[in-house]
Design a protein around this ligand. Structure first.
Ligand code: AMP
Length: 194
């Protein structure tokens, strides 16, 4: 099963992806996580990406396309994967389609979590509070200023993906404001059919 989760920052993509990992046994490929790991490890990609990420901007298509193209070749992706935070631009979506086609593969589903943008800042604040309470490290871009920039990037560059995948006949839209368990149930209902 090859699946994309779409939605603005704070929509719950990461939370839902983790649940799908558990129930379906396929890995979550989060370009954000991969880039944060590269920043932490101080790789060339990490050094190039850090300032853009901290400010809430988008890392170049070339960098993320390459990261994903390499990652999907790993053995744990043989049965499929959930893409979380990728693609984020129409050129990335086209690159993904070409990449999968070259391997005779295709996506099974594209699920968009629709959310009330006014509530997103509160969700991010809660994520920060929960992380601090659990003794974890807060993301450098989980602050109001970077968050606003991430939302602008989403509206300008990522929201057009809904139309792209709707045109491809692959888009399913869910209410991401429902309780977490309800969203999970709705996702599973889609996955059973695909
Ligand atoms: P995320 O964890 O998905 O919220 O991503 C955190 C940050 O990593 C984003 O704000 C971007 O700076 C960068 N990033 C993650 N995925 C992508 C992508 N597909 N394209 C460009 N930048 C990305």
């Amino acid at each position: 099963m090859r699946l994309i989760l779409l939605g603005p920052p704070g929509a719950g993509k990461g939370t839902q992806a983790q649940r799908i990992v558990e129930t379906h046994g396929i890995p979550q490929l989060s370009t954000g996580d991969m880039l944060r790991a590269a920043v932490k490890a101080g790789t060339e990609v990490g050094v190039r990406a850090k300032a853009v990420m901290d400010a809430g901007g988008l890392v170049s298509d070339d960098i993320v396309n390459q990261i994903v193209a390499e990652r999907v070749l790993d053995a744990d992706c043989a049965k499929g994967f959930i893409l979380d935070g990728y693609p984020r631009t129409v050129p990335q979506a086209k690159a993904l389609t070409d990449n999968l086609k070259s391997k005779n593969l295709a996506l099974d589903a594209v699920i968009e979590l629709k959310v009330d943008e006014d509530k997103l800042l509160q969700r991010i604040e809660k994520r920060v509070a929960d992380t601090v309470a659990a003794g974890g490290a807060v993301r450098a871009d989980d602050n109001p200023e970077s968050f606003r920039k991430r939302l602008v990037e989403y509206r300008e560059k990522t929201a057009p993906l809904s139309e792209y995948y709707a045109d491809e006949g692959q888009l399913k839209v869910l209410d991401g404001m429902k309780p977490i368990d309800d969203v999970t149930a709705a996702i599973n209902a889609i996955l059973v059919k695909s």
